[in-house]
Write a protein that binds this ligand. Structure first.
Ligand SMILES: NC(=O)c1ccc[n+]([C@@H]2O[C@H](COP(=O)([O-])OP(=O)(O)OC[C@H]3O[C@@H](n4cnc5c(N)ncnc54)[C@H](OP(=O)(O)O)[C@@H]3O)[C@@H](O)[C@H]2O)c1
Length: 289
């Protein structure tokens, strides 16, 4: 990144802020003077991250909220707390994400990868839209992945009920849904002063690769590890989209290395985007025309 930017007076939310890219993103925003709301699913890990960020940034404008992004009740409770506590929101960074090794179901009975990576982020975003509109110009930033390119999208089986579950395809599909949803959301937010963009942070050495990944992943990780970014480098695109005046008016784009990039053709197909929007709003129980 170029010279430091000021985010003084701005309120920013970062989900998954206790480790990896999210923690570095929260730290970067705190260093720029923003009030940062860390959303973490584990209170102990969240408190430890908040203390680290406080120490490293010297900022005391840090709040911690606890939520499991795969649980819609938890996301709704989170949104309620945010709406009570803050009167405006400048930046929402949907960063929390996981690659789930075996097919499991969330508290709502939804396949966990899509529940946590896509539906939780979509629900939080929609519940906070009025707050974002109160903070205009404001920015929604969805941390996606180049894995969306390799996704095997099956609109009739998004939860791997009939297909054999594969964590890599489930992860990629959740990010493809996130990109398509971001583009459709951006279209719907045109003229409101709220932008919505998504990004690939790079290939970053974080916990997402898991303590015990499948063999094929282990081999890939061993091969690419020397070339992986560290978490600070992995936070650069999120921080650029959160703070740069260059992208103040930019919406509906996918960023790689802080530059607009072509997202997968499937994620840009208007017919598929409409289906994904419909499926998403149905799954999160929100009516939107
Ligand atoms: N690392 C990469 O190479 C890479 C590449 C492309 C995209 N990404 C994306 O970057 C984002 C950050 O990942 P990372 O690489 O920094 O990995 P990470 O270190 O594992 O961080 C992921 C964060 O998300 C949180 N999280 C996961 N599931 C959650 C849930 N159900 N509810 C609430 N929080 C949850 C984790 O909390 P816990 O600590 O409690 O698990 C953690 O704070 C993810 O969206 C990931 O898909 C990463």
């Amino acid at each position: 990144m170029s010279e430091p930017r000021s985010m003084s007076g701005k309120t920013c939310i970062v989900t998954g802020a206790n480790s990896g890219i999210g923690k570095e993103t929260a730290l970067g925003l705190a260093r720029m003077g923003a009030r940062v709301v860390l959303v973490c699913r584990n209170a102990e890990k969240g408190k430890a991250a908040l203390e680290d960020i406080r120490r490293e940034s010297g900022s005391s404008a840090l709040d911690l909220l606890i939520a499991d992004m795969s649980s819609q009740a938890s996301v709704r409770a989170l949104a309620e707390q945010i709406l009570k506590k803050y009167s405006r929101l400048d930046v929402l960074i949907n960063n929390a994400g996981a690659a789930v090794r075996a097919r499991t179901l969330s508290a709502d009975g939804i396949e966990t990868t899509v529940a946590a990576n896509h539906l939780g982020a979509a629900l939080l975003t929609i519940l906070l839209l009025d707050l974002l509109k109160a903070g205009t110009p404001s920015r929604i930033i969805n941390v996606s992945s180049e894995a969306q390119r390799r996704a095997r999208l099956d609109m009739s089986d998004l939860q791997f009920e009939r297909r054999k579950y594969n964590s890599f395809y489930a992860y990629g599909q959740s990010k493809l849904l996130m990109n398509a949803f971001t583009f459709e959301l951006a279209r719907r937010l045109e003229g409101t002063g709220v932008t919505a963009n998504c990004l690939h942070p790079g290939v970053v050495a974080t916990n997402i690769w898991g303590a015990d990944p499948p063999l094929i992943f282990k081999l890939i990780i061993a091969l690419v590890k020397p070339f992986m970014l560290n978490s600070k480098e992995g936070a650069e695109v999120s921080l650029y989209l959160a703070s740069s005046p260059d992208v103040a008016q930019v919406s509906g784009k996918y960023f790689v290395k802080s530059k607009p990039a072509e997202s997968s053709p499937l994620s840009q197909d208007p017919q598929i985007a409409a289906e994904i929007w419909q499926w998403t709003t149905k799954m999160i129980g929100i009516q939107m025309a």
